[in-house]
Structures are given as C-alpha cells and as structure tokens.
Design a binder for this molecule. Sequence first.
Ligand SMILES: Nc1nc2c(c(=O)[nH]1)N[C@H]1C(S)=C(S)[C@@H](COP(=O)(O)OP(=O)(O)OC[C@H]3O[C@@H](n4cnc5c(=O)[nH]c(N)nc54)[C@H](O)[C@@H]3O)O[C@H]1N2
Ligand SMILES: Nc1nc2c(c(=O)[nH]1)N[C@H]1C(S)=C(S)[C@@H](COP(=O)(O)OP(=O)(O)OC[C@H]3O[C@@H](n4cnc5c(=O)[nH]c(N)nc54)[C@H](O)[C@@H]3O)O[C@H]1N2
Ligand SMILES: [Mo]
Length: 630
Amino acid sequence: LRVEEGGRQSFRPVSWDEAFEFIATRMQAIAEKHGNDRLALFSHGGGGGHFRRMLQAFGSHAYAHPSFAQCRGPRATAFGLTYGEGVGSPDRTDMANSRCIVLIGSHIGENLHNGQVQSLSVALAKGAALITVDPRFSVAASKSKHWLPIKPGTDIALLLAWMNVLVNEDLYDRDYVARHCVGFEQLAEHVQAFNPEWAYLETGLDPALIRATAREMAVAAPASLVHPGRHTTWYGDDTQRCRAIAILNALLGSWGRQGGFYAQEKVDLPEYPAPQPPKSATDWKGVVQADYPLVATGISNKLLEHSIGEDAFIKGWFVYATNLPMTIPGSREQIEAAAQSLELMVVVDTMPAEITGYADVVLPECTYLERYDDLRNKPERIPSLALRMPAFEPSGESRPAWWMAKGIADRLGLGRYFPWQDYTEVLDWQLQQVGSSLAEMQRIGVKTFPRKTQVYFKEGMPVRFNTPSGKIELHSSILADIGQDPLPRYRPPERPPQGYYHLNYGRAAAHTFGRTVNNPQLFELMPENTVWVHPAAAALHGVANGDYVELANPEGRRSNRVRVRVTQRIRPDSIFIVHGFGHTDRRQRLAHGVGADDADLMHNVKLDPIAGSTGMRASFVTLVKTSEVA
Ligand SMILES: Nc1nc2c(c(=O)[nH]1)N[C@H]1C(S)=C(S)[C@@H](COP(=O)(O)OP(=O)(O)OC[C@H]3O[C@@H](n4cnc5c(=O)[nH]c(N)nc54)[C@H](O)[C@@H]3O)O[C@H]1N2
Ligand SMILES: Nc1nc2c(c(=O)[nH]1)N[C@H]1C(S)=C(S)[C@@H](COP(=O)(O)OP(=O)(O)OC[C@H]3O[C@@H](n4cnc5c(=O)[nH]c(N)nc54)[C@H](O)[C@@H]3O)O[C@H]1N2
Ligand SMILES: [Mo]
C-alpha cells in the first residue's frame, strides 16, 4: 500500500485483507460520488478476465488491452472491413503450405511467436519463395529470395503498385474475384495511377523488382500469402495499409485456400454456470471513443486521456499485466497526470515495473509457473485445450488473479459472481463437459479434439462473408459511409529533419517486451540494446562500433546511453533499437538504467483515424556522442 512519510512516498507491506478492504472502500466511495461505471481495466493476458468479471459485476465495463491500440488494432479493423472477420491469434496463416510468402515488416525469427517461426521454417525447407519488405535487413530478410529495403512508411505505395501489376498484367485470380469480391472495377480504376515507376519515387524500390515480385506472388497463387503482420501501429495510416494487404490477398485468391488463410476452430467449451454480470448501464465507449465507431473494443490511449483531470469520466484503474509507461508511446506525462487525478489505482503485477510506481495498491501475482489459469482454448488448425498448472508453490504471499478478483468481489458483496472456492472447481467442471477432467489434463497437459468444419473453402461452393455485401469488400462501403477512403490511398510520410533518423524498433529473440530484461538468465543473453547505425550515418556523426551515444528526439528528450552497432543492415535514413530496455524502476536491479527506451523517445504519435491506434514509427532521433553530453 502506498504511504507517505515526511513527504516521501513509499510502499508498506500489508495483509491481503487490508489491501482488499482498502480497494473495496475506495471503489464504493467512487461509486457514491460519481457512479458505479467509473472504473477502467487495462489488461494484457488471460488473468485480466477475472478482474473484468469483478468490475462488470460492480457496474464498470470500461476496458482496454494495449494489444489492440498499440498492436493488432489496424489489422483487426482492416480484415474485419474486408472479409468480415479478423485473422485470429494465433494467426490463421497457412504458411507451412505457402509457396510464396510476403512479409511486410513482420520480422518473424526475431519476433519469436513460436508457431509462426516453425511454420515459416517448414515453408522455407519446402522451397517457398520469401519476399521481405523491411528497411532493415532482418533475420527474415536474410532467409529471403528478395529483400526490398523500402523507404520507411511507404508500404502503401508498394502495395498499390503490386495491385497495379496484378490487374494490368491480368495476373489476379479472375474466378475468385468474380465469385467472392465486390468493388473490383473501382479498385482496378483506382490503381491505374500507381505503376511501379511511380512507386519507385516513393519507396526507392527498383520498378523491375516490384514487377518481378508481383509475378512471383501470382505464379504461386493461391498458395501465396501476404502476411497480415501483427504489430501494425506504425504511421497512422495503418488500417489503410492493412486494408491494402487484405485486398492484395483477395486478388491472389489466398483467403480460404491452402497456403493462404485457413479457417480456425476452437473447442466448444461451456462456461461455468455462474451468474452473468449485468450489461453495461452506460455507453462508456460513447464517452471515451465516440470518434471511432468501427472499433468494438476499448482504445487504451483514449481511456488514458479520459482519466486525466477533475472532469474525467474514469476515476479509478485496475492495471493487469501491462506496463503502460513503456507500452503506450510517449505516455509518461499523461500517466503521471492520470495518477494525480484518479481516486484509485490498483496494479496487479508479478514484479516491480514502471507502472507499479504509480499504484495506490500493488497486488503481487504469482508467476505462470505457480498458478492455474483459464484453459487455453484458442482457435487453431486442430481444436485443442491446454492446461496451465502450478509447477511450484507461489513464492512469498503472491497469489493468482482469480483469487484476488474473488476476494475483492466478496468484500463488495458480489461473491455470487464467483460461486466457487477454488478455481480448479471451474476447470474440472468445464473439462467434464467435454469428456475430460482436471485429473486427466494434469497428466496429459494438452488434449486435441476432432474438427467439425472445413479448413479451406470447398472449391466452387458459395461463401457468405460477414460484411454488408456478404462478399469480400475490395471497395469498403463502411469506410465510405464514415467519410474515410473506401480504397487505400497513399500519403507520403514525414521525413526526418537534417541530422535526424527514423526511429525504428522491434523485437529480439531473447526478450519479451520489457518484461524479461530483469530475468537473470535472459539478461545474461542480452543485457542491453544497441543502436543500429548505417556506416554513412556513423561517419557523419563520428561514431564507431561500440561507442556509447545518447539518442535525442527533436523535443530534447534523451535516452540512456546506448552502444552503437555500425551495420549495413539498416538504411542510412533510419536507426533501430530493440524495444523493452531503459527501465527506470530502481527495484529492477539488473534492468534499471540499461539501454534505450523507444517509447520515451516517441514524440510524433500518429493516431489512426479508423482504429484510434497509436502509430509509433513517425518519430525521429539523432545521435549525441556521450563525450558531448553536458
Ligand atoms: N522475441 C519476441 N517475440 C515477440 C514479442 C516479443 O516481445 N519478443 N512480441 C510479440 C508481439 S505482441 C508482437 S505484436 C510481434 C511484433 O512483431 P511483428 O509484427 O513481426 O513486428 P513489427 O514490430 O510490426 O515489425 C518490425 C519490423 O518492421 C520493420 N519496419 C520498420 N519500419 C518499417 C516500414 O516502414 N515498412 C516496413 N515494411 N517495415 C518496417 C522493422 O525493421 C522490423 O524488422 O512480436 C511478437 N513476438
Ligand atoms: N515503444 C513501444 N511500445 C510498444 C511496443 C513496441 O514495440 N515499442 N509494442 C506494442 C505491442 S505489440 C504490445 S502487444 C504491447 C505489450 O505491452 P505490455 O503487455 O504492457 O508488455 P510489457 O511491457 O512486457 O508489460 C507487461 C507487464 O506485465 C507484467 N507481467 C508479466 N507476467 C505477468 C503475469 O503473469 N501476471 C501479472 N499480473 N503481470 C505480469 C510484467 O512484469 C510487466 O510489468 O506493447 C506495445 N507497445
Ligand atoms: Mo503485440
């Protein structure tokens, strides 16, 4: 519990009882003063569901996961508009069967989503052609037949030029388009102006290479996949870029076909018979994100904005497993301000992080190796259930999320929404309904179930898409209705001022965001990030491999010192750092102060007008030699 002693803030260990009592009392005070609907949940990962249930039972439905507005939002929105559904998580890409795979930025191999790395490897072993579009020579680029070192932020120009070639050389899947798509005539007309010579001026890519790669995709079609990407919040035109990717796939006829996008299925697992929390009494989305009518989920950055100041709608936060200051770009001042005006901030985390420093109460969760979580039941190729179970007793007095949410609900007189003593009762009940049991799953871990639906479209059979027209919408009527471009339009990105570089960032295999940097084993593998600098830029700044520099943005924000890695694997107009470093919380003893934090340098966040998501790639930095640092 946060306490103030002699003007200094610190935390005092308290019993779980005292923590729950404090939280319940504050929640009730907020409800009396402002209403029951004023608490918000930010969460990433399954355990957040227990808090969501507790908050909904209380009357607060406001909710956001940064894995939407800082990650998959544009992709989900764009594929929803085009195909009437998203691409799933894990992604429904049939890469193992693809004969041609196009990666727009996605740096699979450094992005270590395990299943994808495996299926990409299978495809490469079978001789699939990989085309990687990336301003950086990524690990995936190194495995590619073609690397297209695109000028940052110009992908829509390339995608339009590829469509131009497919249409004008009659390389698209005529039958598929006629059968399943609407808006082809408008699209064909729209792309006329965007030939590869035009795209060359924007992207810097050789027109012959643009043509050759378009033909390569067409030869392999429909087993030709233009990967939808995942972290797609880049330049603020992200829903449109993802729409262009979706449309290109439709021209190749890859959706619903082997080697393209397959249909996923999950296990039909009944919910435990507990009362459902009442529906929201207020239209919180109407308050928080009215400008984004197409977005069905919460937009974290909007929820944050509506948590600042006396008149803010949101009065209290629960934050579950998301480190907002390093996750929502350039948000530190806003979070600081929100912490000032919020009447309650509860943070549930497994360790001290930047966000726990703002909390009134920190609830220490035990790690995933020390608890039961909900059964994993994700849509996949083969429906399956997986059990997560404790390998150890929780350390100290840490507890799992379900136990905390139930404890708070009990205090609030909402215990009827959690009608079990131990979560194993819920798991066992659910498993019994599908012919298994907790005992069986404790033995086998994962259980597969037979599929009931087709993996691919049945050739020649009609398909109904969940769009207004019932077809794949190349031209989007919904976008037209809300005054957005119904066909993707290219707008050139801002270029860096003299002496500055595009701030590019991404993953490294060793780490998961910022959450593993303080892990001793992983810290040993990768103790700091480096800044990738092209030799020409290094010469200009007089820096050599291994020198320390600070990164500075045009607003004067500086990073920690970070080591230079001089490499031709990055374009001369960009630098690259791995995300997740530069922790400021001193209690992260290893990670504190080490490496540069990309989030803190982002000064030019571009909101996507359709998804409301935060484009993070429009920021610029320069290099300051540490010898020149005052
Ligand atoms: N090891 C590890 N793996 C992870 C994660 C992790 O934390 N650690 N996180 C997971 C999560 S949640 C996600 S969402 C994914 C993210 O992984 P992806 O979705 O694959 O990655 P992005 O961040 O979109 O893209 C990063 C790549 O885009 C390139 N890039 C930068 N600017 C441009 C541009 O203008 N155009 C093009 N074409 N490319 C550009 C960068 O050079 C970099 O190679 O990774 C997942 N996998
Ligand atoms: N600048 C910048 N911002 C980004 C990105 C980027 O590349 N650069 N990537 C974006 C993407 S793709 C995503 S998906 C988001 C991810 O953003 P976040 O999900 O916020 O990721 P982390 O920074 O790893 O923060 C996770 C927090 O959860 C805690 N935690 C870990 N395991 C558990 C657990 O089992 N229980 C509990 N209660 N807590 C736990 C960790 O200690 C940490 O504080 O970030 C987005 N924001
Ligand atoms: Mo993500």
